[in-house]
Design a protein around this ligand. Structure first.
Ligand code: PLP
Length: 245
């Protein structure tokens, strides 16, 4: 069975973070390994508190796993500290891990910071080892410095982020007012994935970014192209959200 490693925060409510990733991996028929970057106290409505794991212990978790397993893909989510981001970049380079999906998590939808103040530059430091980075509009603005109002803005941000080194950039348009379109950029052309605007209380959408990036990583582990992995992940996420109505 193919194996995917998630490096992310723990979510006791199960909809985001490590817990959501492991459920997603199981749904795709891949084995899940996990290295926890941070404990959190939260429910589906709000993050209340976090306790980051020290970077040396994050590294230890990954190194011990790699003594036994060789993951076919890695998903990176909440890192909590810039030191954890640096540790993740280090182990990915050292162990030549491939198929890296980076969800550049900066804060919860409620605004709780999920990485420290130096987080932005350390997330940028991960981009050269990243296969697909999956920012939402806010994260894409932070990473690129480009103000995004529409799909054209998403494309401009994707180009800038691409210049920092990832193989693909997927800017997610879910937070845009009238366009739930996602834009995938591979350095040559833009592909648009039209979405349907879904309604519901915010609890329904808790952890959607985590599920999407985990599903993309599972697809890559199974040998799918990035384009196909994104397409399948979006379909999977829609099914998950339907089940939460
Ligand atoms: N908790 C963890 C561990 C996460 O990784 C994330 C998002 O990536 C969240 C909470 C926030 O989830 P949301 O903003 O979707 O509620």
């Amino acid at each position: 069975m193919r194996t995917v490693l998630t490096i992310a925060g723990a979510d006791p409510s199960g909809g985001a973070g490590i817990q959501a990733d492991i459920k997603t991996f199981a749904a795709f028929g891949v084995d899940g390994l996990s290295a926890i970057t941070s404990l959190t106290a939260q429910n589906r409505r709000a993050v209340k508190s976090t306790i980051p794991v020290p970077p040396a212990f994050l590294l230890k978790q990954v190194v011990v796993l790699l003594e036994e397993f060789r993951p076919d893909a890695v998903k990176i989510g909440m890192l909590a500290t810039s030191a954890n981001a640096t540790a993740a970049a280090k182990v990915i380079k050292l162990k030549r891990l491939t198929n890296i999906v980076l969800d550049p998590v900066m804060k919860s939808s409620g605004g709780y910071p999920l990485i420290d103040s130096k987080g932005l530059s350390s997330i940028k430091g991960l981009l050269p080892v990243t296969t697909v980075v999956t920012p939402n509009v806010d994260e894409a603005e932070e990473l690129s410095g480009v103000r995004i109002r529409d799909v054209k803005g998403m494309e401009a941000a994707a180009e800038r982020i691409f210049s920092y080194g990832p193989e693909y950039v997927l800017v997610k348009g879910g937070h845009l007012k009238d366009s739930p379109t996602d834009v995938l950029y591979d350095g040559r052309r833009f592909e648009h994935f039209e979405g349907r605007r879904l309604k519901g209380r915010k609890e329904r959408f808790h952890g959607t970014g985590c599920v999407l990036s985990a599903a993309i990583a599972a697809g890559l582990a199974k040998g799918r192209t990035v384009r196909k992995a994104v397409e399948d992940a979006k379909e999977f996420l829609e099914e998950v959200l339907k089940g939460r109505e």
